[in-house]
Design a protein around this ligand. Structure first.
Ligand code: SIN
Length: 299
């Protein structure tokens, strides 16, 4: 039987009683979706899910994003990205993922990101403790705590999200060797606009949908006023009281809700401390359809 055990912290629950290597029952999927809205980050310990099962489980949530030109994916499965610092014959087998800025996946895209699902194959340990943890903030709880006058001011406002901001940050701050975005790349991924306060499709509660990685401005306000409001929101969400750390164990499958959180992969491990994750990023192409949510939760 599916059992949901909340961490008692601002995010997080452990789910047991389901085998994600099988095609799970509709009632179990409903329980998982409900828990996802409520607890944001779900750990399924001891699952040891391979790439094919990871893909099958991920497809239950929506379409999996396939990033053009990303070479580090499971052979024959571009939907499953390999994240790792492991090298074979001196060649990295995965994309590095740690130490990027705090962000929410795919807010720069018209179709937002919904969930990330990672299966842990190798977890670096130091002095008996895991390193390379993943941190989160709860933007749903942060929205609920906004002062009434700020919440009122945000009603109807949108913000601009632009992948170029992140791209330039990686070049400037993280030593990325990527060239500047070309005019063609910019035309393919133009800035997009999303509501600043957005109704979460599972819970119906507001989330603050801006993040430090991709949000460049609040639209329609004078520059200084918009910048001040954006800074206020980022500082608000970033408070310690909204944060949660997931410490990995080999075999974990971690499912998190990008619509209600930011995340950050801690870069606190060295090149000889090996980490290997396989990941699917699922788009919010179905979750904003009330009929999909109603049907999925009906079981
Ligand atoms: C991610 O940002 O999707 C990866 C996070 C991690 O590797 O901990």
């Amino acid at each position: 039987m599916l059992t949901v055990t909340p961490t008692g912290q601002i995010l997080g629950a452990t789910i047991t009683g389901v085998d994600l290597k099988t095609d799970i029952a509709k009632a179990d999927f409903a329980g998982i979706l409900r828990a996802l809205g409520e607890y944001g980050v779900l750990r399924f310990p001891g699952q040891h899910v391979d790439a094919a099962s990871l893909k099958r489980f991920s497809e239950r949530f929506g379409q999996i994003q396939v990033l053009k030109g990303v070479k580090h994916h499971e052979p024959g499965m571009p939907e499953v990205t390999v994240l790792s610092n492991v090298k074979v014959n001196g060649e990295p087998i995965g994309a590095p993922d740690a130490g990027q800025s705090w962000h929410t996946d795919m807010t720069y895209s018209q179709t937002k990101g919904f969930v990330n699902i990672l299966s842990a194959f190798m977890v670096p340990m130091r002095d008996g403790k895991p390193v390379g943890s993943t941190e989160f903030t709860n933007t749903q709880a942060a929205a609920a705590d906004l002062p009434a006058d700020i919440a009122k001011r945000l009603t109807g406002l949108t913000a601009t999200h632009d992948i170029e901001m992140f791209w330039e940050y990686m070049r400037r701050e993280k030593g990325s060797k990527r060239p500047p975005m070309s005019a063609e790349m910019r035309a393919q991924r133009p800035p997009v606009h999303h509501p600043v306060l957005m109704k979460h499709p599972i819970t119906g509660r507001n989330v603050i949908y801006v993040n430090p990685g991709f949000t460049t401005r609040i639209d329609g306000l004078p520059e200084a006023e918009g910048a001040e409001l954006l800074k206020y929101l980022l500082d608000h969400v970033f408070q310690e009281k909204y944060r949660y750390v997931h410490e990995w164990a080999v075999g974990d499958l971690l499912l998190w809700d990008n619509l209600g959180s930011w995340h950050f992969a801690r870069p606190d491990y060295g090149p000889d401390e090996l980490r290997l994750m396989k990941r699917c990023q699922v788009m919010a192409d179905r979750i904003f359809d009330p009929a999909f949510v109603q049907e999925a939760l009906a079981a």
